[in-house]
Unconditional design. Structure first.
Length: 116
């Protein structure tokens, strides 16, 4: 199984970025996909999650109202639209997929830097 993130980069405060994550190498029928992030010197923190079946979503308080998670089941993909970005959003963003059998997969991460 391979998880690949993309879409990171350098953006000014107040700007937007859209991260993408694609899972391949197996057939997934029922799973949840999440975004996490890790800033320098800090622990990895959960950002958002979406269910492949119900589409239900949840967000960390720090990003609620600014970030939107979405999915494309046909492509086993998840996206993170990030608006009104702040310097404190700077981190490596990781995609995570967990199946109903508790198999847990991670990508290599994509760097997001918010700076003027």
């Amino acid at each position: 199984v391979r998880i690949v993130e993309s879409g990171g980069g350098l953006v000014q405060p107040g700007g937007s970025l859209r991260l993408s994550c694609v899972a391949s190498g197996s057939t997934f029928s029922n799973y949840v996909m999440s975004w996490y992030r890790q800033a320098p010197g800090k622990e990895r923190e959960w950002v958002a999650v979406i269910s492949s079946t119900t589409g239900s979503r949840n967000y960390a308080d720090s990003v609620k109202g600014r970030f939107t998670i979405s999915k494309d089941n046909a492509k086993t993909s998840v996206y993170l639209q990030m608006n009104s970005l702040k310097p404190e959003d700077t981190a490596v963003y990781y995609c995570n997929l967990v199946t109903t059998t508790r198999n847990d997969y991670w990508g290599q991460g994509t760097q997001v830097t918010v700076s003027s």
